[in-house]
Ligand binder design. Sequence first.
Ligand SMILES: C[S@@+](CC[C@H](N)C(=O)[O-])C[C@H]1O[C@@H](n2cnc3c(N)ncnc32)[C@H](O)[C@@H]1O
Length: 262
Amino acid sequence: MSDPSLYGNSFADVYDEWYGDVSDVQATVDVMTELASGGGVLELGVGTGRLAIPLAATGTPVTGVDSSSAMLKQLAANDHGRIVAAVEANMAELSMEPQYNAVFVAYNTIFNLTTIEEQQACFASVATALLPGGHFAVEAFVPDLSASTPDRAVTPTSLMGESAVLTATIRDRQAQSVTGQHIELRQDGTVKLRPWKIRYASPEQLDAMAMAAGFSLVDRWDGWSRAPFSDESPRHVTIYRLNRSDSQQRTAGTTSCTSTSP
Ligand SMILES: C[S@@+](CC[C@H](N)C(=O)[O-])C[C@H]1O[C@@H](n2cnc3c(N)ncnc32)[C@H](O)[C@@H]1O
């Protein structure tokens, strides 16, 4: 089982500073506005609102789910106009009526679910939350499966300012998991550990989970700006469409959701 609060507890205090520019916000907003076609959008793993707030600012109704109260606290601090409806919940256990035209999960967040069962349950949950014909956009890296890539590594992530950040990782190829620590060494002599864990999946494995949940593959790009995907692409943005029109056929988990803003 994943610890659904692990990532948020580790990174909420530095997320905006470290990851504020990590992907193309405007291109993401453009794609999701188009998929919403005037209806509502749900973001899984909304975090501090890096994407959800600019999307909601276009007039698209946006709900953001996150399992970390620390992340949602930061979202509330950033969302001055209270334009994103925040829901504290595990994205593998959503229980929502069909109500959204589009759902998205950005920047590898699907891999925060660390078992295949949880990832499958997430696709099934999204199928219950979407209106018939709705779209699910998934952004994730393409796993590097080459045998020459070391399974254990320590990488300097940031050596600027008053601290150094080293990222230590151990990969389990069988489990498709990477366990990591961002190790922050500070000038005052203290050390801050920021642990995380992911289960990666190839685009084809994500497609299989999507098909099993009733989706069809519509598009796959190299990124939100819709450049063509190729064998060399390090990441992908994939658009799935929900096939089934009868939402009653779908099943979902049972965890209830607590809305913390509008
Ligand atoms: C990499 S951050 C992405 C935040 C935001 N989507 C962005 O692109 O800036 C991943 C987010 O997913 C949340 N998260 C991790 N596991 C989750 C789960 N099981 N259910 C809901 N949210 C989860 C974390 O708390 C964190 O806010």
